[in-house]
Ligand binder design. Structure first.
Ligand code: NAD
Length: 429
């Protein structure tokens, strides 16, 4: 027994299974090569500063006790407090949480927020738990990580299978321990508890602000332009509605069940009502049924993948007809497809920039919570637009300068910014 313990390898970064974190590091190295980043900086930025794992008991409704495992990873706090969502999913692993924390650092840096990246997760199938059990789990997980979170330290937000109610429980748990209300400890809160106007729509709105800039850069008039949207949830539905508001013709929309197509343009608001009533976009009157694969290859100016990852791959990339691909979803384009789209002159607005509207308005929510001073929807949207405009210009210029695609350019900008913070602050002691 003792000898097997003695021969066990020391837990190092390499001990993770072949994994998402390694993929994130590989992406980092590509951009670091372009920047000519020094080895010491590469070492610092490819490690997460804090990796917290907690195993905690939860009393279930039937009186039994179950122990769950959760993580909170803070990748880098050079630019400011760390920020990132908390997800509940049965497949959550430390490696996944580390990769997502690192990506949050780059996403915040791309749009110039004063945050580093973090992520949290609990390995649980939330569909197997009652509301009461979910509340118990949330409060205990947050209690266990509470020494490491806080409005000046690390600020969680919703992610997969967590929502405004989860954030309300986190805010309350943290506040109970502090002895006073601390709304700035989380974002994505219900409006009543200090949530921000425009937060729910922020990602979809940001996607369309990004598209506006891209269209201007390549001389495409959005009025009369055609768009196709994959996914009609939080991000896709807002993006489709906003495109229609700008006079674009949204010719195709799909969801998990299939898609609808009308070359003359869909009535997006009516389709939203149909979806709310029936649970899907399919069978919307006056449209042709199409598959998700067909939607991606529709003749259109702008394609907005806003559903799930890995949708554009080497197989379909040669047949994408859009001029702009705006990634509402996280990771919808595979690396090999990126190269094909770039060679074909298609402008891809990468996820770390294109869907950063959500974290940007989270930042606005945090500012409002710290100041106990809510902003109007107009103020939120106008500031979001300014940030998307400025970020687009910087990424587009970097892409042109190095003749690289927008994804690598965004990463180059982000890594350069975080490296700057690190150099200026120096190494303690
Ligand atoms: P959502 O659950 O509200 O909507 C997802 C949509 O995708 C639904 O219409 C669903 O039917 C559809 N869908 C699911 N599986 C599909 C499949 N196999 N094929 C086609 N469509 C499918 O989710 P959301 O919040 O809109 O998030 C969508 C994407 O955007 C995700 O990748 C998410 O990580 C990313 N994202 C969301 C936010 C945000 O603020 N909500 C922020 C950044 C990134």
């Amino acid at each position: 027994m003792v000898s097997s313990l003695q021969s066990a390898p020391a837990p190092t970064r390499q001990a993770d299974p072949p994994d998402l974190f390694r993929v994130a590091v590989e992406q980092f190295e590509l951009a670091a090569d372009i920047l000519g980043l020094e080895d010491s900086m590469r070492q610092i930025l490819t490690h997460c500063q804090r990796e917290i794992t907690v195993n905690f008991p939860v009393e279930m409704d039937d009186g039994s006790v179950q122990v769950f495992t959760g993580h909170r990873v803070q990748h880098n706090n050079g630019p400011g407090p760390t920020k990132g969502g908390i997800r509940y999913h049965q497949n959550v692993t430390l490696s996944e949480v580390k990769a997502l924390a690192m990506l949050m650092t780059w996403k915040c840096a791309v749009v110039g927020l004063p945050y580093g990246g973090a992520k949290g997760g609990v390995t649980v199938n939330p569909k197997m738990l009652s509301q009461n059990e979910l509340q118990n789990l949330t409060r205990r997980y947050v209690s266990d990580i509470s020494p490491f979170i806080g409005p000046n330290q690390d600020i969680p937000a919703p992610d997969m299978n967590t929502n405004a109610q989860t954030m309300a429980w986190i805010m309350d748990t943290y506040s109970m321990n502090a002895g006073y209300s601390v709304p700035g400890v989380v974002t994505g809160k219900p409006l009543t508890l200090g949530g921000s106007e425009g937060r729910a729509e922020a990602t979809g709105s940001g996607v369309v602000f990004a598209i506006e800039e891209a269209a201007r850069a390549i001389g495409l008039n959005l009025e009369g332009a055609t768009a196709a949207v994959q996914g009609f949830g939080n991000v896709g539905s807002v993006a489709a509605l906003e495109m229609a508001k700008r006079g674009s013709k949204v010719v195709g929309i799909s969801d998990w069940k299939g898609g609808v197509y009308n070359p003359a343009g869909l009535d997006v608001a009516a389709l939203k009502e149909h979806t709310e009533a029936t649970g899907s976009v399919t069978d919307f009157p006056g449209t042709d049924a199409i598959s998700n694969d067909e939607l991606l290859e529709l003749p259109c100016d702008i394609l907005i993948p806003a559903a799930i990852e890995c949708q554009i791959h080497a197989g379909n990339a040669p047949r994408i007809q859009a001029t702009i691909v705006a990634e509402g979803a996280n990771g919808p384009t595979m690396p090999e497809a990126d190269e094909i789209l770039f060679d074909r002159g298609i402008l891809v607005l990468p996820d770390i920039f294109c869907n950063a509207g959500g974290v940007t308005v989270s930042y606005f929510e945090w500012v409002q919570s710290l100041q106990w001073f809510p902003w109007s929807l107009e103020e939120v949207n106008s500031r979001l637009q300014q940030i998307m405009q400025k970020s687009f210009a910087a990424i587009y210029a970097t892409a042109g300068e190095h003749q690289i695609n927008m994804r690598t350019a965004a990463l180059v900008k982000a890594i350069d910014r975080v490296a700057d913070f690190t150099r200026l602050r120096g190494i303690f002691p």
